[in-house]
Design a protein around this ligand. Structure first.
Ligand SMILES: [Cu+2]
Length: 107
């Protein structure tokens, strides 16, 4: 049984780390991201909550973050990113590329 003890302790140790994960909300309003710029901690797993207040669907997309996910009209999605190196990570709404633009800054 002894060999199960270390994995068990490691599994338990992971729980508080995840509980401390940071959460950031991006709202889609009139086909724009509000806020258009967010700053998140570098080297940390971060939870993005994307709330679509518009009645039309949008697609959250970022080549730099390697993410692409549809959010329905009046819908909400969760996008996990990171841990990220310090830097700028642009994102956009693929269905409204003229207006739905933003940047995530990790530092
Ligand atoms: Cu796309």
């Amino acid at each position: 049984m002894r060999r199960f003890l270390l994995p068990l302790l490691l599994a338990l140790a992971v729980v508080p780390v995840h509980a401390a994960d940071k959460e950031y909300t991006l709202t889609l309003r009139k086909n724009r991201f509000v806020p258009a710029q967010i700053t998140v901690p570098a080297n940390t797993k971060v939870k993005l909550v994307i709330v679509n207040e518009d009645s039309t669907p949008e697609e959250f997309e970022s080549h730099e973050l390697n993410r692409e996910k549809i959010v329905t009209g009046k819908g909400k999605i969760i996008v996990w990113v990171g841990p990220l190196k310090p830097g700028k990570y642009p994102f956009f709404g693929e269905f409204h590329m003229d207006t739905a633009k933003g940047v995530l800054i990790a530092k």
